[in-house]
Design a protein around this ligand. Structure first.
Ligand code: SF4
Ligand SMILES: [Zn+2]
Ligand SMILES: [Zn+2]
Length: 322
């Protein structure tokens, strides 16, 4: 098959668009989608200047998504002095898994010459995920602890690094899965939070003064295309799965979505288009409740309890956040 854009030999076919593309046209199309998403989400404020650039802290895990995001942002904004990129890597303490992916992060950051910060659960909370998973004092999936700890460190360090935005590598499949899970669980409040935390243009989200705003510039790019980009560009991505991965429900949703996509190309895009609109409406509806959050008695983070979820869990696993 020939590339629909330039006539060279095609390496990929996207059923949802009907396009066959060669390697060069494909990588350009990924970069174009990221650029468009940055524009549509109004990520780069008009008043950013080379003297006072917008600082974008990228959560770099070493997996293909965050590696591709970092590289594409670098390529797209390298020549733009109004943007400053910083990579932030979280080490969860998972033997044989995170060490290799941290190497991938270091390699990429060095290659691109961008600032790179590494923080670990062990140094910050005195715990390692391997021990948390083995002991599991709360009787829940390892990812339930890990997600809370990671979110906390990303937010804390993004703030410390002077971030104007915190960017993560979620792709179209990740986002469509989350959307469908929120639908199926009937969780409208969660939709509102999802929107305010990371979807939609900045001027439509509700005020989140206490958090660095989040963005997901890869969320128009399907997972398979992210993997293809990493492969074609020969990026140092780490692909092994975490040994504690345990989100069984998400796995079911993933299978369902892939099946739907195969029978009805474009399903993921249409889910996200409708969901984003609904989530925006939900965000308006729940806007007042958000402002009633108090502060955690230990760390001062916004919460509706006496002690925030992170401090509670750090305590439960025998760690210390001080
Ligand atoms: S799969 Fe779960 S336990 Fe492993 S790094 Fe991700 S969130 Fe943490
Ligand atoms: Zn081409
Ligand atoms: Zn706290």
């Amino acid at each position: 098959m020939d590339c629909d854009k330039c006539g060279d030999e095609a390496v990929t076919h996207a059923a949802y668009s009907g396009l066959h593309m060669c390697g060069d046209c494909f990588t350009r199309s990924v970069e174009k989608r990221v650029r468009r998403r940055v524009r549509e989400d109004a990520l780069l404020p008009e008043d950013a200047t080379p003297q006072d650039p917008d600082t974008w802290v990228v959560g770099l895990s070493g997996g293909k998504d965050s590696v591709v995001l970092t590289r594409v942002l670098y390529d797209v904004f390298e020549a733009d002095p109004r943007v400053e990129l910083v990579a932030l890597t979280i080490h969860e303490g998972i033997e044989g898994y995170r060490d290799a992916s941290v190497d991938a992060c270091v390699e990429l950051a060095e290659e691109l010459g961008i600032r790179h910060e590494l923080v670990s659960y062990e140094e910050e909370f005195g715990v390692r995920m391997d021990d948390v998973a083995a002991e599991d004092p709360e009787g829940m999936a390892p990812c339930a602890y890990c997600g809370v700890f990671r979110r906390d460190l990303l937010e804390t360090y993004a703030e410390e690094l002077g971030a104007d935005k915190l960017l993560t590598g979620h792709n179209l499949d990740d986002e469509a899965q989350t959307a469908l899970m929120n639908f199926l669980e009937g969780d409208v409040e969660q939709m509102a939070k999802h929107f305010d935390a990371s979807l939609g243009p900045f001027d439509q989200r509700s005020e989140q003064d206490r958090f660095v705003p989040r963005a997901k510039p890869l969320r128009d790019v399907p997972e398979k295309e992210v993997a293809l980009y990493a492969h074609l560009e020969d990026l140092p991505a780490h692909i092994t799965e975490c040994p504690h991965a345990s989100e069984a429900y998400r796995g079911e949703i993933q299978d369902l979505l892939l099946q739907l996509e195969e029978n009805h190309p474009g399903t993921r895009h249409s889910i996200m288009a409708g969901y984003e609109e609904l989530a925006r409406v939900a965000s308006d509806r729940f806007r007042e409740d958000e402002s009633e959050l108090g502060e955690c008695g230990r760390c001062g983070a916004p919460t509706n309890r006496d002690v925030c979820r992170k401090c509670y869990l750090v305590d439960a696993v025998g760690g210390s956040a001080d």
